[in-house]
Design a protein around this ligand. Structure first.
Ligand SMILES: *Cc1c(COP(=O)(O)O)cnc(C)c1O
Length: 517
């Protein structure tokens, strides 16, 4: 029987059914169950609920009533529960293992946060409820705002943006409102080459022309080129700090001064705030607007785990242009929601229908209060320590793109795979066989075949060491010419290598029953 490097038998996984010469009759593999689409499982005659016969009634929709079946899959309750439970077991999440996606800050989502978010006073309220009945919720929004302003040293915050990209939109709309208020129609926004795609996309969405600023050999913005590009047509510069190469832009003060001298605004993409939380205040660096990703820095769930939230802080120069609504204290000391612009206001208006993602505010404040200001600083230091540990343990076998020390993430490129026949994609797929979600691939674009790894503060040394062992193992296997391990990886996953190009070019978004196809 073969043993792994910790002396545990590996046969259960790499021997057994995986190498059997037969397939199971059911298509299942052990207790890992194959799952068809819900449309293949269900039929329109079955339902999980009893609905009383409606009897005769008059339709008043002018002949627009549906005449054909809706085509929803019908399943009984137990079959529905099983379907989604089986699907969830095919999924990979932060609660299963290391999730090393760079620039995404996949932290553990503390259960305390979930408990707080479900308190009836936060979980069961509605934005149209009388304001007197939601004073506690407004108080929480005010307290969260205070934390965000204190952490950044900035005087105003808009909570309502619903994601990082939405926060960028909010910041750039405030910047445009500020220029318009001055009667200054500037048309250009500068973004470094290493920017997240959402930065130039936001600028273009707001009607600006985007000019790209090159990077230097050390992975940071080319300040000379930036200064060269700054003139009175530039509305703003969008810079991520720490940047998407995992490095601190140490000339950021100089950059901010140059931006302001040209009459432009400094938008900071704060997605990587986890690396400097409690250590550096962006307001002290000259930032005019910065979004947070509560779902990154403050541990609220990402994507499928819940909606995001992207509050934006503003400098003195921009705060009059920040959006509505915001919480303010009324004359009698109770809290009110300021929802409407008044005569003379220069706010750009509303960004969302209601007040933003309340559940995320509760979770983020719960993270802040349970850590305290000293704990947030420690979390940031631990995130940076974890990333530097990975960087130090991997850089002799993988090629580090830039000289460390790094901040919260370590960037490698595919130079170490040169002449091995293994690509970044193959390497990432082989990580799935090792039980890891792949790191961020091919981003940032400034290096070839990028592999960006961000461990966060939530991984123990034991977890990091196991991850490092797999990554080293794969890197050495690639260099030793063991291409088979990579060629068709993942071998052990329920779905094998998919044709991702075809899927992206020709997505099939509508289910057709096999007999209709
Ligand atoms: C995640 C991220 C964004 C976008 O944030 P979303 O919440 O996904 O919209 C923008 N910039 C950087 C650097 C990021 O990492």
């Amino acid at each position: 029987m073969s043993m792994n490097s910790q002396g545990r038998p590996t046969a259960a996984i790499s021997g057994g059914a995986e190498t059997a010469s037969f397939e199971s009759f059911s298509g299942h593999r052990g207790l890992r169950l194959a799952e068809p689409l819900i449309f293949e499982l269900g039929n329109s005659e079955t339902t999980g609920v009893d609905i009383a016969d409606t009897g005769d009634f008059d339709l008043s929709i002018g002949g627009l009533e549906r005449t054909e079946e809706i085509g929803c899959a019908g399943l009984s309750e137990p079959d529905t529960v099983r379907h989604y439970t089986r699907l969830s077991r095919l999924n990979y999440g932060i609660d299963m293992g290391v999730f090393p996606l760079g620039s995404c800050t996949m932290k553990h989502n503390p259960r305390l946060n979930e408990k707080m978010a479900r308190l009836p006073g936060f979980g069961d309220i509605h934005p149209l409820q009388p304001i007197a009945t939601v004073q506690g919720a407004l108080g929480l929004m005010e307290e969260l705002s205070n934390w965000l302003m204190t952490l950044t040293g900035m005087p105003a915050v808009a909570l309502s943006p619903k994601a990082g990209a939405h926060g960028e939109l909010c910041g750039v709309m405030a910047i445009r409102a500020a220029h318009e208020a001055r009667g200054d129609a500037r048309q250009i926004i500068l973004c470094p080459e290493s920017a997240h795609g959402t930065n130039p996309a936001t600028a273009a969405f707001c009607g600006y022309k985007v000019k790209s600023i090159p990077g230097q050999a050390n992975g940071r913005v080319d300040v000379a080129a930036l200064k060269e590009a700054l003139d009175d047509t530039v509305a703003a510069v969008m810079i991520t700090n720490p940047n998407t190469c995992g490095l601190f832009e140490n000339e950021v003060k100089d950059i901010a001064d140059a931006i302001h001298a040209a009459g432009a605004f400094f938008y900071c993409d704060g997605a990587n705030f986890t690396a400097i939380m409690g250590k550096v205040r962006p307001g002290d660096l000259g930032v005019d607007a910065m979004h947070f990703n509560l779902h990154k820095t403050f541990s609220t769930p990402h994507g499928g785990g819940g909606p995001g939230s992207g509050p934006v802080v503003f400098s003195d120069a921009l705060k009059a242009h920040a959006p509505l609504p915001y919480v303010e204290e009324g004359k009698d000391g109770s809290l009110e929601m300021r929802e409407w612009a008044e005569e003379g206001d220069t706010t750009f208006g509303r960004l969302t229908a209601f007040h933003g993602q309340m559940g995320m505010y509760v979770r983020a404040l719960s993270y802040m209060l349970s850590h305290g200001s000293d704990g947030l600083k420690q979390a940031s230091e631990d995130a940076v320590l974890s990333a530097n540990y990975l960087y130090a343990c991997l850089k002799d076998v993988m090629s580090a793109s830039f000289e460390g020390p790094v901040m919260h993430e370590a960037l490698f490129d595919d130079a170490f795979l040169k002449d091995t026949g293994v690509t970044t994609l193959d390497f990432a797929k082989a990580m799935i066989d090792e039980g890891y979600h792949p790191m961020t691939m091919y981003f940032p674009l400034v290096v070839h075949g990028a592999m960006l790894v961000e461990p966060t503060e939530s991984e123990s040394k034991y977890n990091l060491d196991q991850f490092i062992r797999s990554m080293r193992g794969l890197a050495l296997a690639a260099k030793a010419g063991e291409t088979e391990r990579f060629e068709n990886a993942p071998y052990f996953a329920p779905r094998k290598r998919l044709d991702e190009t075809l899927a992206a070019r020709n997505p099939i978004l509508r289910f057709t029953k096999p007999d209709e196809a």
